[in-house]
Write a protein that binds this ligand. Structure first.
Ligand code: BGP
Length: 481
């Protein structure tokens, strides 16, 4: 099958419609916009009990970007026309669990919400666009955080399976690729977004208990494997796993820099896909658990469930590469993690270091490790685009970024890597996940809105729209010829 070229979004960053169809509050509806002072994004990502209370009883002037997204539901028909005009092969969408089960525990699902998602999937399919479904993309029903403490409670596995079963029953015929969790490694860096764990301000250090984090991750691993087991009985779709790829480089040929890089890559990236794509906890986690006094409870059958229901493909998000240095050195940000500055690379406004060659390296390393097809499920250039006179957006910097990364993707494929698809992240502008900024734009379609939800939310094609459309056209013709 020809490599597919497409786009991607996430329910809480795109949809809006907070008041529609009796949606239950989810974790992303609780994240309040706070003007960025640095790139840590702790205040908008690692929520406390007080943050939840404030989200439930907002103060004047509070704005929660996840409730408005980029008003996707109000513009869905127009946006699907843009996707069709681009000629994309595949579109990644996520469903908000709390639209289907507002508290996560209702007996019956919300029919209006199911009909709304069904219409969207049908429209995409009618344009000949394949569907990649993220069953969840950070958006966990808030009631499950308040009642069970989020994913650290094993009860969530059954509730998640109940949700997945409804989605498979209703939409199975539309689904080509299914991935149970977005960036399964998020729980380790961003326990609120990834696992629904609240940060305890009175606790030392990160405010989290590592035992809660690894209990939550274990429950998600089991849930992911059980969803694959269920899904393979119900659908013809391909089932994957997906992690944020950090592409770590050692700062120098100092063996200590290389050792730190090996260890960082193990715990920040490989651990999660080793469990989901290879089917078992890797050897190196025994030492990590021992050194950190972590006890993960395996119930009878857990090891078999993981071993017997591994992912068919390994998806990953790629934005930048990162550097590991044994000595403390000047830092910069990178998706979810803080990295040491790389003197050979430039960074965007948020400190994310631009590295097209890192894409080729990452594709080779992931494919080499699992010998399973890979999929680039997120990539693009975050930038504060300017809407110029005549509703023009000259995002030549994004065209350059995309072109350089496409070149490296093709070189990786020439290396022999099997790559299923490339999905341009936030193809129609959406709210950013880390900093909740609308002005951190990734798309080839501009949305006229600011960080506080003001604006027309009108859409305008950027210069990169034509670039991507022509690139896809060429890709399709190359294969035909
Ligand atoms: C990943 C998320 C996406 C997306 C991306 C870019 O972690 O899966 O939701 O947002 O990061 O990050 P940001 O939006 O913070 O720029």
């Amino acid at each position: 099958m020809r490599m597919l070229w497409g786009g991607a979004s996430a329910s809480s960053q795109y949809e809006g419609g907070f008041e529609l169809f009796n949606k239950g509050m989810d974790t992303q509806d609780c994240r309040r916009y706070i003007k960025r002072t640095d790139n840590a994004t702790t205040s908008t990502r690692l929520l406390t009990r007080a943050d939840i209370e404030r989200a439930k009883y907002p103060l004047d002037g509070d704005f929660f970007p996840g409730r408005k997204g980029s008003e996707g539901l109000l513009h869905i028909d127009e946006d699907i026309e843009y996707l069709s005009e681009l000629g994309i092969d595949i579109y990644r969408i996520s469903i908000a669990w709390s639209r289907i089960f507002p508290t996560g525990e209702e007996e019956t699902p919300n029919e209006e919400a199911l009909n709304m998602y069904g219409d969207i999937l049908k429209k995409l399919k009618s344009k000949g666009i394949k569907i990649y479904l993220s069953l969840t993309h950070y958006a966990l029903p808030l009631a499950l955080v308040e009642k069970y403490g989020g994913w650290k409670n094993r009860k969530l596995i059954d509730l998640y399976l109940k949700y997945a079963k409804v989605i498979f029953e209703r939409f199975g015929e539309y689904l080509d690729f299914v991935v149970p969790f977005n960036e399964i490694n998020t729980g380790f860096f961003s326990p609120f977004n990834g696992l629904g764990l609240l940060r305890d301000e009175n606790r030392e250090g990160s405010g989290y208990d590592l035992n809660d984090i690894f209990a939550g991750l274990h429950n998600q691993f089991i849930a992911s494997a059980k969803v694959i087991e269920l899904g393979k009985k119900m659908l013809k779709a391909s089932f994957g796993c997906m992690a944020a790829c950090f592409c770590y480089y050692g700062y120098s040929c100092n063996p200590l820099d290389q050792l730190k890089t090996l260890q960082y890559e193990q715990i920040n990236q490989w651990f999660f896909t080793d469990v989901l794509a290879a089917g078992e906890y890797p050897y190196y986690m025994k030492k990590y658990f021992r050194d950190n006094d972590i006890k993960v409870e395996f119930l009878p059958g857990d090891r078999e469930i993981l071993r017997n229901n591994t992912a068919d493909f390994v998806g990953f998000s790629y934005y930048q590469s990162n550097v590991c240095a044994f000595e403390e050195m000047e830092k910069t940000a990178g998706n979810l993690v803080v990295s040491t500055k790389n003197p050979y690379l430039k960074a965007n406004e948020w400190g994310w270091q631009i590295d097209p060659v890192g894409m080729r390296i990452s594709m080779n390393k992931i494919y080499d490790r699992y010998k399973k097809p890979v999929m680039i499920t997120e990539n693009s250039f975050g930038y504060n685009d300017v809407l110029e006179e005549g509703n023009i957006i000259n995002d030549d910097y994004r065209i350059q970024y995309l072109n350089d990364h496409f070149e490296q993707i093709k070189l990786a494929i020439d290396d022999g890597v099997e790559c299923l698809a490339y999905l341009l992240w936030g193809i129609v502008d959406i709210v950013s996940a880390g900093s909740l900024e609308m002005t951190k734009r990734y798309g080839v379609v501009y949305v006229d809105a600011d960080n506080l939800g003001n604006g027309t939310y009108k859409r305008y094609k950027k210069k990169s729209f034509k670039f991507y459309k022509e690139f896809i056209e060429k890709e399709k013709n190359v294969v035909k010829s």
